[in-house]
Structure formats: structure tokens, C-alpha cells
Design a protein around this ligand. Structure first.
Ligand SMILES: Cc1cc2nc3c(=O)[nH]c(=O)nc-3n(C[C@H](O)[C@H](O)[C@H](O)COP(=O)(O)OP(=O)(O)OC[C@H]3O[C@@H](n4cnc5c(N)ncnc54)[C@H](O)[C@@H]3O)c2cc1C
Length: 291
């Protein structure tokens, strides 16, 4: 299959990209990052934009910086580069743990961190990671820069709070502190497939007590969801198998998955419980080991 005919713009800066997005016919314009989702959509004619604005010439979007307790990953950082980055591994181990589960290495070589988040597939790993970590998503448009909390960024299936003339420029997360561990667990039919259900978890310990817990679940709704009741039930408790089992049951009861070709609602609910339990156990043991 071949894509439809389109005009191609290759800006050298975010400002030029925004100008191209805001030009006449902006509603028919699409940003191109790694192309790992957009190009198949073009080839299948599921997207037929009149103009493509290619971000790949914008060097400023390719940086990873760790400063003042905050990790900033540029939107155009390849998933593979983030996976291999020592800054990401140190400051945001959850992201480093989740990325190897995205597709295959050939896809991660081209696919970008920002592209995955802007694409907003509810089964995808990086949207779930940013929701779990309460990350900040930095967007730039004609009116300047704004910061969108991850909780407000995903607005539905494949839709976000970005407007048509905005570019996602970076993801910002607070660097992981001490006594904190994380894990990303998922079940997919085959290696490299999108997961039926995925779970991101972060646990901070104070001795044997859970001082903080975060859980986000993918594949069970239009956007990744936080298991807030399960998190609340963990905080202040002693980190034991019994506590994790209660949290897993709470997370599983708190979601409203639907059935589709890949899995029934009941199976997704079951997977959610199993994966929350598994992720909490792994995150806690990493917190104990200081990893
Ligand atoms: C076979 C296969 C398996 C895959 N498996 C997985 C998987 O298991 N998990 C997973 O998460 N993903 C998977 N993917 C998707 C992959 O992660 C993509 O890289 C990702 O979804 C999109 O990133 P991209 O950089 O390729 O963006 P593109 O494909 O270039 O763009 C995707 C969308 O986001 C928009 N966009 C991109 N960047 C920006 C930006 N900076 N600002 C505003 N809008 C932007 C584009 O306009 C487009 O609408 C798979 C893809 C393939 C082909």
C-alpha cells in the first residue's frame, strides 16, 4: 500500500513547525515523528492529511537532561535511545523498564517517546508510565509553551489535550527518590504485540511500611487509568503479600474493561489483578534493594 499524496514540510525549529501547523488547512495537517504509527495509518489510508510536518530535523527535541531533580526527555528522543540512557535508567527506572516491552527493537529504533504519548493508544506503555508518574507534558503552540499534567493529557481513545497547532516538545518527570522501586508488567498474546493489559507500579518504602504507591493500568478503558483506591489502601500498610493481594483485588474491582477481539472484559479484569500483584511485589523488592 502507498500513502495518499501530501505536501511535505521539514522545519528546522519548533517555531517553524508551529507556523506550518497554523498555516491554512491546519485541520488537514499531521506531525510526523518516528512514523511507526502514522506511516501505517497513511499506507492504509486511515489518515489522509494534505500536509505532513516532519519533526525529524529539529535537533532541540532530541535531548535528555537531568537537572534539579527533574528528568526531561525531548519528544523526538527515540524509544531505543531512552531505553539505553543512563539518565533515564537512574532518574526514571519505570520508563527504562517499560520501553523494552514496546513492539520490537526495529520499531523502537525509529519510534519516539513523544510520538507514542501523542498517539495516545490506551494499550501503550509510555502513556501508562506518564500517568503513573504524574509526569508533565510540555506543549508549544502559537501562544507559547504550556505544561499539561499527564492526568489531563489523555482525553479519550487516541485523543489528547493537544490542539491542532501544538507540538508536544518534552516529557518531564521528578527523578525517583531513595527507597523507591518500580515495575512494569503486562500480558500480550505474542512478544511485541500491544498488551491486553499492562500495569505500571511505583512503591516507596519507609522501613517495611509503604510510604507511597502509584499504580496505572493500560488496556482497560479509553485512556490509562490510575488505581486510586488500591493506592490509598497500600499507603501506611506493611508491605506484605496480604497487602498486595488486597490492593490487586481493589484495582481489579475498580476498572470497567470491555470485551473485544483480543480479550473478554472478565479476562482483562483477571489480568489486572494478577499484574498489579506481580508489579507491586517486584517494585517492593526493588525498593528494598535500593534499585
Ligand atoms: C508492529 C508494531 C508494533 C508496535 N507495538 C507497540 C507496543 O507494543 N507498544 C507501544 O506503545 N507502541 C507500539 N507500536 C507503536 C510505536 O510505539 C510508535 O512508535 C508510537 O506509537 C508512535 O511514535 P512515533 O514516533 O512513531 O510517532 P508517529 O507515528 O510519527 O506519530 C504518531 C501520532 O502522533 C502524532 N505526533 C507524533 N509526535 C508528535 C509531537 N511531538 N507532537 C504532536 N503530535 C505528535 C502524529 O501526528 C501522529 O498522529 C508498534 C508499532 C508497530 C508498527
Amino acid at each position: 500500500m502507498k500513502p495518499p499524496v501530501f505536501d511535505y514540510v521539514s522545519p528546522g525549529s519548533v517555531e517553524e513547525a508551529i507556523a506550518a501547523l497554523g498555516a491554512e488547512g491546519a485541520e488537514e495537517t499531521k506531525v510526523l515523528a518516528g512514523g511507526q504509527s502514522l506511516v501505517p495509518l497513511l499506507n492504509l489510508r486511515l489518515a489522509q492529511p494534505a500536509r505532513i510536518v516532519d519533526l525529524n530535523g529539529i535537533e532541540s527535541l532530541t535531548r535528555i537532561t537531568l537537572a534539579d531533580g527533574s528528568l526531561t526527555v525531548g519528544a523526538l528522543v527515540r524509544q531505543r535511545a531512552a531505553e539505553r540512557s543512563s539518565e533515564v535508567r537512574t532518574a526514571c527506572p519505570l520508563m527504562a523498564q517499560a520501553i523494552p516491552l514496546i513492539g520490537h527493537s526495529a520499531i523502537r529504533n525509529r519510534g519516539t517517546v513523544g510520538g507514542s504519548i501523542a498517539h495516545a493508544d490506551s494499550a501503550a506503555e509510555l502513556p501508562t508510565v506518564v500517568v503513573c508518574l504524574d509526569a508533565e507534558l510540555v506543549a508549544q503552540g502559537p501562544g507559547g509553551t504550556r505544561v499539561i499534567p499527564a492526568a489531563d493529557f489523555f482525553t479519550g481513545f487516541f485523543s489528547t489535550a493537544l490542539s491542532e497547532d501544538e507540538v508536544l516538545t518534552a516529557v518531564r518527570v521528578a527523578a525517583a527518590g531513595p527507597h523507591t522501586g518500580s515495575a512494569y508488567e503486562e500480558v500480550a498474546r505474542r512478544h511485541g504485540d500491544f498488551a491486553m493489559v499492562g500495569v505500571a507500579a511505583v512503591v516507596r518504602l519507609d522501613g517495611d511500611t509503604v510510604a507511597d504507591a502509584r499504580i496505572a493500568v493500560s488496556g482497560v478503558g479509553a485512556t490509562p487509568v490510575r488505581a486510586r483506591a488500591a493506592e490509598a489502601g497500600l499507603i501506611g500498610g506493611t508491605a506484605t503479600e496480604d497487602l498486595f493481594a488486597v490492593a490487586a483485588a481493589s484495582a481489579s474491582a475498580g476498572i470497567a474493561p470491555t470485551s473485544d477481539l483480543h480479550a473478554s472484559a472478565a479476562y482483562r479484569r483477571h489480568l489486572c489483578g494478577v499484574l498489579v500483584n506481580r508489579a507491586l511485589r517486584t517494585a517492593t523488592s526493588r525498593a528494598r534493594e535500593g534499585r
